[in-house]
Design a protein around this ligand. Structure first.
Ligand SMILES: *[C@@H]1O[C@H](CO)[C@@H](O)[C@H](O)[C@H]1NC(C)=O
Ligand SMILES: *[C@@H]1O[C@H](CO)[C@@H](O)[C@H](O)[C@H]1NC(C)=O
Length: 296
């Protein structure tokens, strides 16, 4: 009997390992992931396994939001002081995925989302504007540093406009500034302003009128899938997003609706909700500390 027990144990263990390998292989093909060598692959597989276990544990905890096994599942979990461009795992494997690269200029995406919002309110037309134009023609490096949103607004203001995405598409790296864009400038702004820091009441007044660009700590973002983000978070401001709306969920939780730059596979189709009016200076993850918006 004892031998039977041990045999069953090993059969079940083997099935578990096979299943888990199968899910990690499926995940790799779903996210077009390839690794340089077997060693790297094994290392990523272990991280993937730990992350999946963490996500499953979290999701059974009855929180206001759910995590998902998304494209960041083979990256070591973000720490509180996570700074995207310095993450050691990013350089150690071929991460040719567009969405990760996009994040390296999150400030440009955040500013452009706010300008697109303003443009839509003014003209009723949704124009996709060029992050690359800002990236190439400002001094800010390619990187995700929220404070550079003001530089983005300043550029659009001084340049008398910003090109459409179709004329100046995203390249994922800083290229030579194409100054000959005069005929394809789509939208212009006359300036930008800041919402008084740490005042979510003032933020509501601004967001009721137009999307705003904010700096935020991305500590809770990595595996976010749906629901209202809440819980302990830092205030690093290492990431930048656009806040485009606000509301109250069925259980009475007040939230901000935000737009991230990590692609449509992340969060709620690229969007997220995060708790509003929390009893923390600076708001959830410091989102009320650096809030700016373009003016027409
Ligand atoms: C993987 O690549 C295919 C083909 O290029 C593409 O259609 C698909 O969207 C990619 N998947 C992800 C998650 O990027
Ligand atoms: C926050 O902003 C509102 C609206 O502008 C203002 O009435 C209020 O005095 C501000 N609160 C603080 C603490 O500054």
């Amino acid at each position: 009997m004892a031998t039977n027990g041990i045999t069953y144990f090993f059969i079940i263990l083997s099935i578990a390992i096979l299943c888990y390998r199968a899910t990690s292989v499926k995940w790799m093909s779903q996210y077009n992931r390839s690794y340089d060598n077997e060693e790297e692959k094994e290392k990523r597989r272990t991280i993937y396994k730990d992350n999946v276990a963490y996500i499953e544990r979290f999701n059974s905890g009855g929180y206001k939001y759910e995590l998902g096994v998304n494209e960041f599942a083979d990256i070591t979990k973000y720490t509180r002081n996570f700074v995207p461009q310095k993450s050691p795992s990013v350089s150690s494997f071929k991460y040719e995925n567009v969405k990760e690269v996009l994040d390296r200029a999150c400030w440009a995406f955040s500013a452009v989302a706010a300008i697109e919002g303003l443009s839509f309110i003014r003209s009723g037309e949704l124009t996709s504007l060029s992050e690359q134009h800002i990236l190439d023609c400002t001094n800010a490096a390619v990187g995700c540093q929220g404070g550079w949103m003001d530089q983005a607004f300043e550029f659009v203001m001084n340049n008398a406009g910003l090109a459409c995405d179709t004329y100046y598409p995203y390249q994922a790296s800083k290229e030579l500034c194409n100054a000959d864009m005069t005929s394809s400038l789509a939208v212009t702004i006359t300036g930008f302003e800041h919402v008084p820091p740490s005042n979510e009441t003032a933020m509501v007044l601004a967001v009721a009128n137009q999307p705003v660009a904010v700096t935020i700590d991305p500590g809770l973002f990595q595996f976010y899938m749906s629901g209202v983000l809440t819980g302990a978070c830092g205030t690093s401001g290492a990431h930048a997003v656009a806040i485009i709306g606000y509301g109250t969920s069925e259980d009475g939780t007040k939230f901000w609706l935000g737009k991230n730059s990590w692609g449509a596979f992340w969060g709620e189709n690229g969007f997220f909700r995060i708790e509003r009016d929390v009893d923390v200076v600076g708001g959830m993850c410091g989102l009320a500390l650096g809030v700016s918006y373009p003016i027409a």
